[in-house]
Design a protein around this ligand. Structure first.
Ligand SMILES: NC(=O)c1ccc[n+]([C@@H]2O[C@H](COP(=O)([O-])OP(=O)(O)OC[C@H]3O[C@@H](n4cnc5c(N)ncnc54)[C@H](O)[C@@H]3O)[C@@H](O)[C@H]2O)c1
Length: 430
């Protein structure tokens, strides 16, 4: 594969676009990132990163200093000399479960007049089968290529995942265009897979749906463990040693969420339905997850003596997982919402969240783990931040009204907690 340093435009500088832009600049390409949000662009121009993502600030600063990374407002301004234009805009869930492609179409229409002949528009957003064609139509340019290059990074380890991916998938009917896109990843050691656009698009949805299935499966097994007196932590450890199963994504929790799984699972269900296939298995995955939010909430209610009405509940963790500041579709918020609806006063602490949350005005967000426990009837651990493992349990016990912990991530040292006189309840274990 010939080494080429390309000129790349990135449209949308969120979790995916900013990571993609900063990493491509790090690999030696010239990158211009565009966003609609002028305030975001201004802070990025100053080297200030609006999201929490390990290693991203260093890469952005490196790119700004080398002059290989620039930020502009508006997609049209990013196109000068661009040979590659990456679409990294949102694809939220529409009312019927399908992916809402209005941002993709708007971005395509915006860039169409400014694209250089023979340039390549790359879909990195998660888009349903047929979206490559849809972008081609929105562009209305027979002299440019449209290629699918789905992104598999995980928030919290996005930079590392981009530079050391498990695979790079490229979907194109044009071998030359596929090779040009692959050449951008020079320096990235990973299996490269070139396939047709429909298969590339399906790989992304099927991968996320499979991971969600694994999580729902393990939460269902945890429910069985509770019923038969088994310990889910030992059960998943024993299962994970089987190489066909593996340890990853095999940990019981409060349910899954985040910016991708819920909408991508719904989008695959919609795609299957439209194609005439009832994906009952995936329907089950979603309903097990809804049940898990309820089951976790009920554990807190039971610990509080059957009702949380008028009681203070401490919550540790609001983000959808540790090491990110992303609250989108967070399982922790699903449970907070249910506790508030049952009349609880919720005091929450999360290392990545400061200030109140607009959508939950009744939620009291405090600035440290101990303050959350003040006067609480139950402490619920809802996100697996490492720092929760190192708190002073004696101090926690002194602050709480009663020493009850629901550890929805099986994160804490159960034996140490019980030794200190707490009542403990995990997921799939007592
Ligand atoms: N977040 C993840 O972990 C992840 C992982 C893999 C794939 N994806 C997919 O990548 C896509 C983007 O996700 P994200 O989490 O980065 O979204 P995001 O919401 O964090 O960022 C999207 C950005 O696009 C900008 N934008 C929208 N329309 C624009 C336009 N016309 N011109 C310029 N900027 C525009 C928005 O202002 C926003 O800053 C989605 O399809 C998502 O499913 C996300």
């Amino acid at each position: 594969m010939a080494s080429t340093m390309g000129n790349i435009a990135i449209i949308g500088t969120g979790y995916v676009g900013l990571t993609t832009g900063a990493c491509f600049a790090h690999l030696g390409h010239n990158v211009v990132c565009a966003d609609l949000d002028a305030a975001k662009v201004e802070s990025l121009q100053r080297g200030e990163i609006p999201i929490l993502e390990a290693g991203l600030d260093e890469l952005v600063r490196e790119g700004l200093q080398s002059g290989r990374l620039r930020f502009v407002v508006g997609a049209a301004g990013a196109l000068d000399d661009a040979e590659f234009v990456y679409l990294c805009v949102p694809t939220p869930q529409g009312p019927d479960g399908s992916a809402d492609l209005r941002y993709i179409e708007a971005a395509a229409r915006e860039i169409a007049p400014g694209l250089a002949p023979e340039s390549i528009v790359v879909n990195k957003s998660t888009v349903p089968v047929g979206s490559t064609r849809l972008v081609e139509q929105a562009l209305g340019r027979a002299d440019v290529f449209v290629v699918s290059n789905p992104e598999f990074l995980r928030e919290g380890s996005a930079v590392s995942d981009f530079l050391h991916p498990d695979r790079v998938v490229i979907g194109s009917d044009d071998q030359g265009a596929a090779i040009r896109v692959a050449s951008l990843y020079m320096g990235v050691a990973a299996p490269f897979m070139v396939t047709d656009p429909a298969s590339a698009e399906t790989i992304k949805y099927a991968s996320n749906a499979f991971l969600a299935t694994k999580l729902s499966f393990v939460n269902a097994v945890a429910a069985v463990c509770e019923a038969v007196g088994a310990d889910a932590n030992d059960v998943v450890l024993g299962m994970g040693y089987d190489k066909r199963i593996g340890h990853e994504f095999l940990r019981p929790g409060p349910g899954w969420g985040g910016s991708c799984f819920p909408k991508d699972v719904q989008a695959l269900l919609y795609i299957a339905r439209q194609a005439g296939y009832d994906f009952d298995l995936l329907d089950g995955v979603v309903s097990v997850n809804e049940e898990q939010f309820e089951r976790t909430t009920e554990k807190v209610v039971a610990m509080a003596g059957g009702s949380v009405q008028g009681k203070t509940i401490a919550v540790w963790g609001l983000t959808f997982k540790a090491n990110t500041d992303d609250l989108r579709e967070s399982p922790a918020l699903q449970i907070v919402e249910r506790l508030l609806a049952r009349g609880a006063a919720v005091q929450a602490y999360d290392p990545a969240v400061r200030g109140s949350l607009d959508q939950y005005p009744a939620l009291d967000v405090v600035d440290d783990a101990y303050a959350a426990c003040d006067g609480a009837a139950v402490l619920a651990v809802l996100t697996e931040w490492d720092e929760f493992k190192w708190v002073d349990l004696d101090k926690v016990g002194q602050l709480m009204a009663s020493t009850c912990i629901v550890d929805a991530r099986n994160l804490l040292d159960r034996a140490a907690i019980i030794r200190r006189g707490f009542t403990y309840q995990g997921i799939g274990r007592r």
